[in-house]
Write a new protein. Structure first.
Length: 240
């Protein structure tokens, strides 16, 4: 589903991604961890072409992103992204936030889009919030609306960039529960997070990044019990 081959990226002179090789299969859940500034968000943003790569090859859902003729709008319809800050439209209700893209981009008729939006709102556990505006929702509820909004486009891949980092501790669990359900249903997911419990329990594979490189990757049990690299051990000793 996603294939990085010797991908490099620079911001000016700054070498942010270094020789990234990474294959993610359909239905796989990959969690990316690593210190701040190590390139995790940049790697994620390359997948939906919010960032362009400087060298190497990147293929996502059979689209070669390094080909200038690649249909980026088409690509993005198949990829949902959830950010740390929920970025909901403040003057639209939960239901309107969720149904907007299907109506505008997929041209789904309004009745159908609204019906589906209600289903996604139920799926994330807050059907009673259909007519609430973002300011009337807690952070955890807003993030669940943001996930429902991503799902409404029926994506093949969901990208999560620190989806719980801006939340109060008591709301983290409800968002992780929604993500866990999605993983169980077979969604292809790439998740940047500091939630090591989630990584251990839900990931098929954990990737540790440092200074723009993939330093280590492994199945979670092996990764957490028996990290191979000194830098991984040092990082884990600080976050666990
Ligand atoms: P992470 O998500 O792991 O914290 P990022 O991918 O956000 O790391 O950033 C990696 C590095 O690239 C950081 O040093 C950051 O300052 C730098 N960086 C990120 N975006 C840009 C940009 N648009 N222009 C220049 N430098 C950037
Ligand atoms: Mg980041």
């Amino acid at each position: 589903m996603i294939q990085f081959e010797q991908v490099n990226k620079y911001f000016g002179d700054f070498h942010v991604l270094k020789n990234i090789d990474l294959k993610i299969h359909s239905g796989e859940v990959v969690v990316i961890i690593g210190p701040s500034g190590s390139g995790k968000s940049t790697l994620l943003r390359c997948i939906n072409r919010l960032e362009t790569v400087t060298g190497g090859k990147l293929i996502v859902n059979q689209t070669d992103l390094t080909d200038p003729r690649a249909d980026i709008n088409r690509l993005r319809q198949d990829i949902g992204m959830v950010f740390q800050h929920f970025n909901l439209y403040p003057h639209k209700t939960a239901l309107e936030n969720i149904s907007l893209a299907p109506r505008k981009v997929r041209k789904t008729p309004v009745d159908e889009a609204t019906k589906q939006a209600k289903q996604y709102l139920s799926k994330v556990g807050i059907p009673e919030k259909a007519d609430a505006y973002p300011a009337q929702l807690s952070g955890g509820q807003q993030q669940r609306v943001a996930i429902a909004r991503g799902l409404a486009m029926k994506p093949k891949i969901m990208l999560f960039d620190e989806p719980t980092s801006a939340l109060d501790p008591e709301m983290i669990g409800e968002v992780l529960d929604v993500m866990r359900d999605l993983a169980r249903e077979g969604m292809t997911m790439v998740v940047v997070t500091h939630e090591m419990g989630f990584a251990r329990e839900v990931a098929d594979r954990v990737i540790f990044m440092d200074e723009g490189m993939i330093m280590e990757e492994n199945a979670p049990a092996e990764f957490f019990q028996n990290p191979q690299e000194e830098r991984t051990r040092r990082f884990l000793s600080r976050v666990l």
